[in-house]
Design a protein around this ligand. Structure first.
Ligand SMILES: [Zn+2]
Length: 401
């Protein structure tokens, strides 16, 4: 203790210690507070370390210097093509007369896993479909799995054609899930019913599902692990879903939801994407973009902002407009740009750059269209958004273990 005090006195004399004795005693007095502050200090040091690494190492943030995995672009085309086959097949067997809107929720984990694999042959999608219940007229979710193949591989006599999704769910025994196969027979998607399989998702539907909007409004998007993994999943899934079909209703917090596990806990690790096939998809109003060159990439940028900040974008609008000299209301793009500039100060450089890339879309010249089917845009999203979000997840895992 005496040696420590002497070192402290010397530190004050040399100006190497800026804290006072009173501050030091306060710091050591309560163990809980001390542990909290030390943890915070460690986090800040790590952030500083990463920042210094980036400043001292050659600039690698531009997409041209990032090696896109061989075959990856072709793989994305394949996933989107399988998704299109699935979408067109379900469009034909969705309508029915039971009076229930059969909303479908597809597991985003089924989609993002496909996007990271460079050699995709077939698609395998876990989903839930909202059906009627024989008990009391309430709704419930029925589990299913769909295998999508680009061409026929099983003799047709072993399978039964799927006519209506509603009827198919009514014949599935309890504890089992619907198992479907969709094949593309010379450009015509053909859906088949396979033998039912045991349920895998183990969700309870006693508690309603929760949308990402509801989680954000309730300030329930806080855990770093959840935030980083969800951000990466929504970025990967955007590339796996086609703009004109699956994404025609937007890529927003309202489309993303979570179910409860058997022990009534929300399953944060398995986000679902909500859609329906009972009507022709409408194109969204593009007013909200106001200047952005691709509404779905803007949606992704907004989602990344909302996930990181744990708040819906709308909650910033009044605050911004109150202090703005503009008499016109802000578009979503305007609000997002403002929030990205001012509210991500505590976030990592990688995360900030990923959001900025979505808002700026720097991958094609300013006078050209930005489309998710353009290989330059995909490569840019891979290099400037996905890799950076992957860094975030890897950094978080290293810190956890
Ligand atoms: Zn029905």
């Amino acid at each position: 203790m005496c040696a420590k005090l002497e070192a402290f006195i010397q530190g004050r004399k040399d100006n190497t210690s800026t804290s006072t004795l009173r501050e030091r005693i306060r710091f050591w007095r309560k163990e809980e507070k001390r542990a909290k502050k030390v943890k915070k200090l460690e986090e800040q040091n790590k952030k500083l370390e990463r920042l210094l690494q980036r400043c001292c190492s050659p600039q690698i943030s531009t997409m041209t210097l990032v090696q896109i995995p061989k075959g990856w672009q072709a793989s994305i085309d394949k996933i989107q093509s399988l998704g299109r086959i699935l979408y067109n097949a379900l469009l034909k067997c969705w309508a029915c007369n039971c009076g229930i809107r059969h909303e479908a929720r597809f597991s985003l984990k089924s989609i993002d896993h496909s996007v990271v694999v460079a050699e995709v042959v077939e698609g395998n999608f876990d989903f839930l479909v909202r059906t009627g219940s024989s008990l009391g007229g309430t709704h419930h979710w029925h589990e299913g799995n769909i295998l999508v193949r680009p061409k026929s591989s099983i003799p047709a006599q072993q399978q039964e054609a799927l006519l209506k999704i509603c009827e198919a769910t009514q014949t599935i025994p309890g504890g089992m899930r619907l198992s479907l196969l969709i094949e593309d027979l010379q450009g015509t998607p053909k859906p088949w019913k396979l033998r039912p399989q045991p349920r895998r998702l183990k969700f309870t539907h006693a508690k309603p599902s929760v949308s990402l909007t509801e989680l954000l409004k309730a300030s329930m998007v806080e855990a770093a692990e959840f935030k980083k993994e969800l951000a990466l999943t929504v970025a990967l899934s955007l590339l796996g879903l086609e703009e004109g079909t699956w994404l025609s209703h937007g890529w927003t917090k309202q489309n993303i939801s979570f179910f409860h596990t058997a022990d009534n806990k929300l399953d944060y690790g398995r986000p679902f994407f909500s859609t329906s096939f009972d009507h022709v998809p409408a194109t969204l109003s593009e007013e909200r973009c106001s200047g952005h060159r691709n509404p779905r990439i803007l949606d992704l940028g907004i989602l990344l902002l909302e996930i990181e900040l744990g708040r819906p974008l709308e909650s910033y609008r009044a605050e911004i407009e109150r202090y703005s000299e503009d008499s016109n209301p802000y578009s979503d793009f305007g609000v997002a740009d403002h929030v990205a500039e001012r509210k991500l100060i505590g976030s990592s450089v990688d995360y900030r750059e990923a959001v900025q890339a979505c808002l700026r879309t720097p991958w094609v010249p300013g006078d050209q269209e930005v489309s998710l089917s353009d290989p330059r845009v995909r490569a840019g999203l891979y290099a400037d958004v996905i890799l950076k979000l992957k860094n975030e997840v890897e950094y978080m895992l290293r810190r956890t273990f």
